[in-house]
Design a protein around this ligand. Structure first.
Ligand SMILES: NC(=O)c1ccc[n+]([C@@H]2O[C@H](COP(=O)([O-])OP(=O)(O)OC[C@H]3O[C@@H](n4cnc5c(N)ncnc54)[C@H](O)[C@@H]3O)[C@@H](O)[C@H]2O)c1
Length: 422
């Protein structure tokens, strides 16, 4: 099939590359010229395992451009994958997706054939039908279901293993306005041989939010249990193994630590809370999930102060700035509140991350960035904030190590070792 992808970030680029790998022709549209140039050279503008290889091997099937006209004219299916970040009031910022829908609509108007438009960005239930559909109809001057097809196909990939997740998803959710759109998407995903759920646009949107809210809640839950275990001298990971074998619970997402970050959980939960509050309702569980997550990284600072009561003027090393290992994404990384607090308390901060330092530098230009993990150890104490494999192999040279990510190997060479929940 001929596919266009609007917005080539983590979701759009991985989707586009994987669709090409599956034999489709893909046109990637972005407003970022730098990304376009790199993709056309077969180089990934983001770090994601396996992506560079797919892009360079499928150069003939993937084109990147800023030209919506070229993209819509030369494709039958358009996936909208632009960002849907939080606004300052924590509600969802729909400006990018509205603009993308407007541009797609304008080109669909000029096109003779029928176009399937698929929203892949995460949007609150009701958005595709009540906001995107009217924009598309207005600018295309065509009717949904007749002049163009409309579907909502949420993405569940995890950064770090995004390519694998895209190609081997647990399920594929297809919300559609019209049956023809749903049938085409089923055909597109046929070769993945995974369970497909066909539903309405709004249900597909809610499945995505409910999924992220549940996963985030699972992590905050085990972190609360972990905080209790720490006081009791119980190993929270043994508890997680013990409850995880219960099929009703499952072991995944039960690794306690300093909490979740990234581009999805924080803003998705915030959007859900913000929308529910506008309905004059109080989101009890999801609000607590967020509150626990905000407090969790600061527990590392408390633990640090057990060993160095006055951190003013001391040098604290931070290992890991990405929100999780194997990605360069530092959005809402748990290292952010930790560094913020250290700076408030006038500590000197030196940090290292194998992939995310450039992104982190935009937030904290004035801390010291080290060339390698060893240099971080030249500090009064070291905090482990991301579970990169290379930190397991480090010689911690008799330092005070405060671990937020359960790298127990550090115990062997540290003078003092404290885990946040163990
Ligand atoms: N990152 C994830 O792990 C993940 C997983 C599932 C779902 N999602 C959802 O997918 C969506 C995209 O997330 P992301 O992390 O890939 O975002 P991102 O910020 O990495 O990428 C968005 C891209 O869209 C481009 N863009 C913005 N406006 C545009 C326009 N008008 N036309 C063309 N391109 C435009 C930007 O330049 C950028 O390259 C969000 O709604 C997110 O919630 C993300």
């Amino acid at each position: 099939m001929n596919i266009s992808i609007i917005g080539t970030g983590y979701v759009g680029l991985v989707s586009g590359a994987c669709f090409a790998k599956l034999g489709n022709n893909v046109i990637c549209v972005d407003i970022d010229e730098n990304k376009i140039e790199k993709i056309n050279k077969g180089i990934s503008p983001i770090y994601e395992e396996g992506l560079d290889e797919i892009l360079s091997r499928n150069k003939d099937k993937i084109k990147a451009t800023a030209d919506y006209k070229f993209a819509i004219e030369n494709s039958d299916i358009t996936f909208i994958c632009v960002g849907t970040p939080s606004k300052s009031d924590l509600s969802l910022d729909l400006s990018y997706i509205k603009k993308a829908a407007e541009e797609v609509g304008k080109q669909v108007q000029k096109k003779h054939g029928w176009q399937l438009i698929v929203v892949k960005s995460t949007v609150l239930p009701g958005t595709t039908k009540d906001i995107i559909l009217p924009i598309l109809e207005k600018y295309s001057r065509k009717k949904a279901g007749a002049g163009f097809g409309l579907a909502m196909n949420p993405e569940f990939l995890k950064e770090g293993i995004a390519v694998k997740d895209f190609l081997e998803p647990d399920r594929i959710v297809i919300g559609s306005y019209d049956k023809k759109s749903s049938n085409i998407l089923k055909e597109l995903y046929k070769n993945l041989s995974r369970p497909i759920i066909e539903t309405t646009l709004s249900t597909a949107e809610m499945i995505k939010y409910a999924s992220n809210a549940f996963l985030a809640t699972k992590i905050s839950f085990i972190n609360e249990i972990g905080n209790m275990c720490k006081k009791l001298g119980i190993d929270t990971y043994e508890v997680a193994d013990g409850i995880g074998l219960d099929k009703r619970i499952g072991r995944a997402f039960l690794d306690s630590g300093i909490g979740w970050g990234g581009s999805c959980f924080p803003k998705d939960l915030d959007a859900l809370i913000s929308w529910y509050k506008k309905e004059n309702e109080k989101p009890e569980i999801i609000q607590s999930t967020v509150t626990i997550n905000e407090q969790q990284p600061l527990r590392l600072i408390k633990l640090l102060k057990k060993h160095i009561p006055q951190i003013n003027g001391k040098t604290i090393g931070i290992l890991g700035l990405a929100f999780k290992p194997n990605t360069d994404d530092a959005r809402e990384s748990r290292a952010i509140p930790i560094v913020k607090q250290l700076l408030i308390e006038k500590a000197n901060v030196k940090a290292y991350d194998p992939k995310a330092m450039n992104h982190f530098k935009k937030l904290f230009p004035d801390i010291i960035y080290c060339n390698n993990s060893k240099d971080v150890l030249d500090a009064d104490a070291v905090i482990i904030a991301t579970a990169w494999d290379e930190f397991k192999k480090l010689d911690y040279k008799g330092k005070i190590v405060i671990d937020g990510r359960r790298l127990l190997e550090a115990k062997k060479t540290a003078k003092t070792y404290e885990g946040v929940c163990w």
